[in-house]
Design a protein around this ligand. Structure first.
Ligand code: IMP
Ligand code: MG
Length: 191
């Protein structure tokens, strides 16, 4: 690795434009709690975790290791936020599940629920495929802008203010997913 790239990586973790909201230690402790609850709730059930790419990748990796059950995983990719930063509510499936979910207990794993438009549509699509049950785990819940949908989140990591956040899988124009913490972007124009 060049000196230049390691310098850039160090700078991003301490970027003054980021205000840390949850440290990696706080995140780990919360995920452990969620794992205990999910393990108890799904005892004896055939659980399939469905991660919504790409934002859920880190939450998915940590959450599955906190669940002490015999489970399987799958992934979907859907498009959202087609008009710059505003959700349009239109969902296009970019990558579908690899296996059928009929008769399975499905838990959709998402990074953040903002307006909830993307997920409501995705859940409708999955419901039409005959799963035994469908629940939702979202690492973050940004409830303030949720004026358009009545989405119930079954397992929430943290409730965050109505501000733009990055890290732990969440991005700004594809970047900052690798930050090990969740941060509020103080000046989005300066990213
Ligand atoms: P919505 O719930 O349909 O409005 O869209 C949710 C999606 O928007 C999430 O899966 C994220 O990809 C993205 N998103 C919403 N809020 C944020 C944020 O604060 N930071 C990064 N991505 C966000
Ligand atoms: Mg997402």
């Amino acid at each position: 690795m060049s000196t230049q790239s390691s310098k850039i990586a160090m700078t991003e973790f301490t970027n003054p434009n980021f205000e840390v909201l949850y440290t990696s230690e706080e995140i780990a402790a919360r995920i452990k709690e969620l794992g205990v609850r999910i393990t108890a709730d799904y005892a004896e059930k055939e659980l399939v975790l469905v991660g919504v790419l790409k934002g859920s990748c880190i939450f998915m990796a940590d959450l599955m290791r906190a669940i002490d059950l015999n489970l399987t995983i799958d992934f979907m990719a859907v498009s959202s936020y087609k008009d710059g930063t505003r959700s349009t509510g239109d969902v296009e499936i970019l990558k579908d599940l690899s296996n059928p979910i009929r008769g399975k207990h499905v838990m959709v794993v998402e990074d953040i629920v903002d307006t909830g438009l993307t997920l409501s549509r995705l859940l409708e699509i999955l419901e039409s495929r005959g799963a035994a049950s469908i629940r939702l785990a979202s690492f973050l819940d940004k409830p303030e802008p949720r004026i358009k949908t009545e989405l119930k989140i079954d397992y929430t990591g943290f409730v965050v203010p109505n501000k733009f956040v990055v890290g732990y899988g969440l991005d700004a124009a594809g970047r900052y997913r690798n930050l090990p913490f969740i941060a509020v972007v103080k000046n989005p124009d300066e990213l």
